[in-house]
Design a protein around this ligand. Structure first.
Ligand SMILES: Cc1cnc(Nc2ccc(CC#N)cc2)nc1Nc1cc(C2CC2)[nH]n1
Length: 327
């Protein structure tokens, strides 16, 4: 963790200079504010950079969890974030600090909060279908980017998707929490992952190999929740939920879907497929009639697999070493 090579997004700050990573310790540079949320073994607090008055989110991650040294997990999350510094759909990493007991990731602040709080059954307060498609399109762009890097998120759910504004019709999304994300290297089988019960794919329950398509199942569930505020497989117990998933007990009740287009149902049914190989990929989802139907402007050009920057936001970047501020 001493030296982490990152693409340093050189932002030109108001006075025209280029901001660099600073020395010193976290609390001398930032004041901490309210708690925003908690990851697996982390607490996240809103913070303010004293010099610039800019808000960030500081993720305090303990280096030892349940007696295990978790530096590698933390470094993996930093590596994923540093590889995504050019993709606006993933939360930005600003600085990293390390103390004897924890690593502090200073992350981009998204003021709209968790997508979860907007997924409600009440038609008045919930998303309209057009909002769902616009936000879903961005989620798919972010997931397509991760998948093009052979990274599976493995914990896609409304709590791990943030909005940049409380005004949902104008807000963008940011994917967060790569705590259980994995690089899926050729020939290496991964089976032992536990995501969040309501969103886990059947292969996780069966200890079958995990693939990038495991994320696509979760996006199908997420779509259902965004449209209806209802978690489609949720049971009274974890076991009941798992049974609903493995039996594909997926119901499209008239009262919940009467106001939604048939393409929405087709989209969900193209993702919540037991056979992972038969699910649409993120790229195929972006071309689905439902997503295309609401795209007034042409869908953001879907990146070719070998492209690694988003087209709409190019930054003057340069590689620089992100010095870990050790105190
Ligand atoms: C206004 C706000 C409200 N609620 C949360 N919740 C939340 C959920 C999960 C995690 C777990 C994680 N990671 C952390 C916070 N984050 C917010 N803003 C953030 C949060 C962040 C970065 C991701 C921390 N930037 N802006």
């Amino acid at each position: 963790l001493r030296q982490v090579q990152v693409m340093n997004r050189s932002r030109v700050v108001p006075d025209g200079t280029t901001k660099r990573y600073r020395e010193g310790n976290f609390h001398s540079s930032y004041s901490t504010l309210n708690e925003l949320g908690r990851g697996r073994f982390a607490v996240v607090r809103k913070c303010k950079h004293k010099e610039s008055n800019r808000h960030f989110a500081a993720k305090f991650v303990r280096k030892r969890k349940m007696g295990r040294d978790c530096r590698e997990d933390i470094l993996k999350e930093i590596r994923i974030l540093e590889n995504s510094v050019l993709n606006q759909r993933l939360i930005g990493l600003h600085e990293v600090y390390e103390t004897s007991t924890e690593v502090i990731l200073v992350l981009e602040y998204a003021s709209g909060g968790e997508l979860h709080q907007y997924c409600v059954a009440d038609k008045e307060d919930g998303f309209c279908e057009k909002d769902v498609v616009r936000l879903l399109q961005q989620i798919l762009e972010g997931v397509h980017y991760l998948h093009s890097q052979n990274i599976a998120h493995l914990d896609l759910k409304p709590q791990n998707i943030l909005l940049t504004s409380k005004e949902t019709s104008e807000s963008d999304i940011k994917l967060i929490d790569f705590g259980i994300a994995r690089y899926l290297n050729q020939g290496e089988e991964i089976r032992d992952i536990q995501g969040t019960p309501d969103y886990v794919a059947p292969e996780i329950l069966n200890y079958d190999p995990i693939t990038l398509s495991t994320d696509m199942w979760s996006i199908g569930v997420l779509t259902y929740v965004m449209l209806t505020g209802i978690s489609p497989f949720a049971g009274d117990t974890k076991q009941e939920t798992f049974l609903n998933i493995s039996q594909l007990n997926l119901d499209f009740a008239e009262e919940d879907f009467s106001c939604h287009s048939p393409e929405a149902r087709d989209f969900i049914q193209s993702l919540c497929v037991i056979d992972a190989e038969k699910r649409l990929s993120a790229k195929e989802c972006l071309d689905h009639p439902w997503i295309q139907k609401f795209s007034s402007m042409p869908v953001t050009r879907v990146l070719d697999d070998n492209e690694n920057v988003t087209q709409q936001d190019k930054y003057d970047t340069e590689v620089s070493s992100l010095t870990i501020n050790v105190v």
